[in-house]
Design a protein around this ligand. Structure first.
Ligand code: CP
Length: 339
């Protein structure tokens, strides 16, 4: 590997990276694991703004900065801050006393880079697919920024998942990757399914999206994936038939998402979703898959709801190494942005 640094001012979307940049980050993550650099980011500070909850993203970024010799701080609305307003043009005579328009530049002024998490508000699907809110937030930043999950993107997860597929020798071209919807009691955003689809297609895999008919991914998301596939040679199929999808599968990647056709009517969405409580991943799902078929999920996962205990506790589940890879790829991202 030519360790000439790649030029990266922000990390927002895996589809914005060239194959060379993806390889560079993956190889750097391996190098940093094998040959730690505890002083690489000495004196550097990462500001972490979480507008939504997190376990993995928050702790892995903090751990990554410590391991590279720098430091970090976390800000979230649940902490001792003055109530954070994110809407434009509001009269702030309610609970919130701090506007994001001041908060982000202030956090940025204390940091060398800033990570921002802001989930979809799920009011308007087109706005969420275009990541409108997130773009507004990043315009307030004058430092390198890292997308820690927005309405439609989760690039750190995507890079960690790519590394996990490599680590477990899942074939790149033509490896069969099943992205399956699973039941969840709440309607969840499209960020993980959309960006995971892009990741698998960028990797050149044979991707099957397994979902009930009402959970077909929006055309805008599918069109983007098809465009990438035309470059990488990936195949994309969709089905609601579990046996058809799982035949010869190398990976079952589970995730729940909102019904796109009911995006703006959550009451109706809940009714439709509740018909599919049996979409809980069980051992039977793997019967026609490759013997070595692995189970992936970005976590957190509701045991007994999204997947059975027996699946999560089996050797085919790689959710823990997958989560550990968040730390390793984020070390590579920080090293590239800040060193
Ligand atoms: N996978 C993931 O982003 O986990 P957290 O929501 O816990 O950060």
């Amino acid at each position: 590997m030519d360790w000439q640094k790649i030029n990266m001012n922000y990390f927002n979307d895996i589809t914005e990276l060239s194959p060379n940049e993806i390889n560079f980050l993956l190889e750097l993550s391996e190098r940093l694991e094998l040959n730690p650099e505890p002083n690489a980011l000495k004196g550097k500070v990462l500001g972490l703004l979480f507008l939504n909850p997190s376990l993995r993203t928050m702790t892995s970024f903090q751990s990554a900065m410590i391991r590279l010799g720098g430091g970090s701080f976390v800000v979230s609305p649940d902490m001792s801050i003055h109530g954070l307003e994110t809407k434009d043009d509001v009269i702030m005579d309610g609970k919130s006393a701090e506007h994001i328009k001041e908060a982000i530049p202030v956090i940025s002024s204390y940091s060398d880079a800033i990570g921002i998490r802001s989930f979809a508000n799920m009011n308007n699907m087109n706005d969420d697919i275009e990541d409108k809110e997130y773009k507004k937030l990043t315009k307030l930043v004058d430092k390198p920024y890292i997308n820690m999950e927005s309405a439609i993107r989760h690039p750190c997860q995507n890079l960690a998942d790519w590394k996990t597929l490599n680590d477990f020798d899942v074939p790149k071209q033509n490896g069969k990757f099943v992205l399956s919807w699973a039941y969840h009691p709440r309607a969840l955003p499209l960020a993980v399914p959309a960006s995971t689809l892009n990741m698998a297609v960028l990797r050149g895999m044979h991707v099957t999206i397994l979902r009930p008919d009402e959970f077909q991914l929006p055309e805008a998301i599918m069109n983007k994936a098809r465009l990438i596939a035309s470059d990488t040679g990936a195949k994309i199929e969709e089905t609601s038939d579990m046996n058809e999808a799982m035949f010869d599968a190398n990976i079952l990647y589970a995730k729940s998402w909102i019904s796109p056709s009911h995006y703006e009517n959550l009451e109706e969405e809940t009714e439709i979703r509740s018909k599919y409580k049996n979409w809980c991943i069980s051992d039977e799902w793997f019967e026609s898959a490759e013997k070595s078929c692995r189970f992936m999920h970005c976590l957190p996962i509701r045991r007994g709801v999204v997947a059975d205990h027996s699946v999560l506790d089996s050797a085919r589940s790689i959710v823990i190494p997958e989560a550990k890879n968040r730390l390793l790829v984020q070390m590579a991202i920080l090293h590239t942005l800040l060193k």
